[in-house]
Ligand binder design. Structure first.
Ligand SMILES: Nc1nc2c(c(=O)[nH]1)N[C@@H](CN(C=O)c1ccc(C(=O)N[C@@H](CCC(=O)O)C(=O)O)cc1)CN2
Length: 311
């Protein structure tokens, strides 16, 4: 016997739309994200949630991960809605820092979803990754503010300017690296929250990494750790691979060895030329890089040692 319970039959009482927590005007208004990392021990979740509740916040999501069964690090991402968050942010950070964070030895980061990350994109001559990021941003798929595009070649200027984004040409080769990086640092330092290397084909020096004041995400056109360095598709063809891929990772001094954020692959065969691998791989690069950038901008990534935890 089937029972047909329609909406009207069900004795379901629903709270009035405006009952309880005041409704925010936009999806990101009053939405805070709290990322924490601390030595794992009982009571962390309780302390964080008690603090948030005491501050008048409503937790909308909470994800956590312990790096070891016992004695590792505890990583957590909490999203919460707190009316008047923007005005209360500094005080919230100070109070959380002096209480829960101090008690548990936490590193923490508090961000406001209503303040999109300022992002600079660095490119050379290859256009598919930077155009994909700009297109997704223009469509509203990527919540970020593209502050500028910096390139060591002039080739892409006409393709990028229609997006209304400053295109700045800073000629850079291995021969003028220090001078070029100083110019780039003048543009970036204190001005952006993230730098994306969208097929930027210059090795970044330790000086740049230490001075830029923001993390860098690179898209490497291979399924790392395979084919680190230059010309991975040509080397993959020579190797006779059956998969090509792409890897988005944070940039460190060690070339293409930084914490991996996302990867993917596509099947290939002996019939594919190197040009085919480049073409097939480009679609993977675009998807992988845009996911990595979106996750970073949504504060979903916590780094631990040379790995990432993506909540
Ligand atoms: N410090 C780091 N710098 C860069 C990284 C990184 O992980 N750490 N990733 C690379 C991206 N990349 C591959 O994805 C890559 C780019 C360029 C080269 C390279 O050998 N470049 C030569 C110059 C080549 C040219 O002028 O055409 C060089 O810089 O001497 C290797 C790998 C970006 N940078």
């Amino acid at each position: 016997m089937s029972v047909d319970v329609t909406e009207t039959d069900a004795k379901v009482t629903r709270p009035a739309p405006d009952a309880g927590f005041p409704q925010s005007a936009s999806p990101t208004q009053d939405l805070g994200r709290l990322l924490i990392r601390c030595p794992d021990r009982p009571g962390v979740v309780s302390a964080v949630s008690t603090f948030l509740t005491g501050a008048g916040a409503n937790i909308v999501s909470l994800d956590q991960y312990s790096t070891e069964p016992v004695g590792g690090m505890f990583l957590q991402r909490t999203a919460f809605r707190l009316p008047g968050l923007s005005a209360a942010c500094a005080e919230f950070e100070r109070e959380f820092g002096e209480t829960v964070a101090a008690d548990f030895g936490m590193d923490f980061r508090l961000t406001e979803a209503s303040k999109p990350k300022r992002v600079a994109i660095m490119v050379s001559k290859t256009d598919h990754c930077v155009l994909d990021l700009l297109w997704r941003n223009r469509r509203g798929e990527l919540d970020m503010t593209v502050a500028m595009v910096i390139s060591n070649h002039p080739d892409l200027a006409d393709e990028i300017r229609p997006f209304g984004v400053p295109f700045i040409h800073t000629p850079a080769t291995r021969d003028n690296r220090a001078e070029a990086e100083q110019r780039q640092l003048e543009l970036l330092k204190g001005n952006v929250d993230l730098v994306v290397l969208a097929r930027y084909m210059q090795i970044i020096t330790p000086t740049f990494l230490s001075e830029v004041g923001a993390p860098l995400i690179n898209i490497h056109h291979s399924f790392l750790p395979a084919f680190i360095g230059a010309a991975p598709y040509r080397r993959a063809k020579e190797r006779g691979v059956k998969l090509v891929g792409a890897t988005a990772h944070y940039v460190t001094e060690d070339l293409d060895e930084g914490p991996i954020i996302d990867q993917d692959v596509v099947r290939v065969s002996h019939q594919h030329t190197t040009a085919d691998l480049v073409r097939l791989g480009a679609d993977v690069e675009r998807a992988v890089l845009s996911r990595a950038v979106r996750w970073h901008c949504d504060d979903r990534i916590v780094r631990h040692e040379n790995q990432t935890i993506v909540f």
